[in-house]
Design a protein around this ligand. Sequence first.
Ligand code: KIV
Ligand code: ZN
Length: 519
Amino acid sequence: MTATTTSLTRQIVIFDTTLRDGEQSPGASMNMAEKMEIAQALVELGVDVIEAGFPIASQGDFEAVREVARNVRGAVICGLARSRDADIDRAWEALQYAERPRIHVFLATSAIHREHKLRMDKEDIIRHAVAGVKRAKGYCENIEFSPEDASRTEIDFLCQVVEAAIDAGVTTVNIPDTVGYATPKHFNLVIQTLRNRVPNIDKAVISVHCHNDLGLAVANSLAAVEAGAGQVECTINGIGERAGNCSLEEIVMALRTRHDFYNAGTKIATRRLVPISRLVANVTGIQVQRNKAIVGQNAFAHEAGIHQDGFLKERTTYEIMHPEDVGFSRTDLVLGKHSGRAALADRAKTLGYNLSGEQLDTVFAAFKELADKKKEIYDGDIASLVEQQIHAIEEQWRLDSYKVVCGTGQVPEVVLRLKRGDQKFTTTVASGDGPIDAVFLAIEQLTGMAVECRDFMVHSVTLGKDAQGEVMVQVEHAGQIYRGRGVSTDSVEASAKAFLNAVNRILAVAGRKKAEAAK
Ligand code: KIV
Ligand code: ZN
């Protein structure tokens, strides 16, 4: 696996917060199995710290942090807490099982937050911050402190808070650009100032946590590294609150590609970047745009003739990184109905999926079914099959069959049959703006769920006439957003499966809440 350091290189700690700040992206909530899978993939990627959640925020968050702490080895496991006793105690309750636990305490420091949110003066802030750090320190050695909204905090006061937090025992002091307000030169200066003016600054690692509201999260993080920051907080695909966080794949590849300038590296296995990007996109339903740096479908595509000509003569004319180094496979090998289990397992492995025997059995069965419908099976098909099988949630409702009659100026008519356990339910609906709308209405009628479709996306998984269509939907139910995903060579069927997948997710969440309430 490719590592990005040499002996003289300064090693930057990669702190991944996909499971905490990343999960704060609207509609990105993940269930326990999904979080465990991402946590494991993050360890294989080589991140140093995994922020697994905010334990006091909900029972689900608490359990997720506890399960990651209990089962995931090979990285520091971190949990977030406000600078309050109850938060810190709850964080420790979840983290105590970790091999290497870290409590991350935060408290806002900017004038805006002090006056309007916290109603505290500067002395109160310092007192609370110190008390929080000390309480956390009573539980474990590894403590991080974040003065929230640091980039909008008066620099003299920021220096005082940081000094007090380090005196109280923090091992990492994180400087968040909470609202994405900083610009590279400004942020570089903030870090330089802390290094020059805080007397005990050498006793802690300086970390940065940048949001992307102005599209500057990666640039600001790089500017901070240049000024001496030793940890960068980031998320896979840059997901996170509002416009998101610093993107892990971008900061890692920027440090690696411009090693000449930063002389800093990470221990990230860069060939795992594309597989983990796909995993997070599929789990959260937040697909990356085609032109997304590093992991987007077009990130290494050369279109202009002049570029293609130069590239063919010498690839470095227009390529600063090798696609293989971030995990794109050079060949898109084609499998078909005569391909065996071993060939499928091998292809899945190249795409970043290590399937267990049982998982391979299910994926292989689905592969054979698809190969009967479709002559050639490409990487995209395989990734999609694996995702459907290994991220399957408990499906209360399944599609049995559908028939639609529609045409220009005609009200569509659908006959839909769904299965629930062994029972079959059929309805006929003559309504809707088109065949897909009619199928959605029929699903609502049969399942008895009132669901509003908020977003609908369709794209083809591979190229070609018989390509599979993947449909992603976001639906709203009782004020919450849920996602659903369906794949088929027939786009109406893919839409029906996606909508049903969302309905099944709503039912799964409701079931979990009921079970929790009954405890
Ligand atoms: O953006 C932010 O300030 C945060 C803190 C909790 C670190 O996410
Ligand atoms: Zn944040």
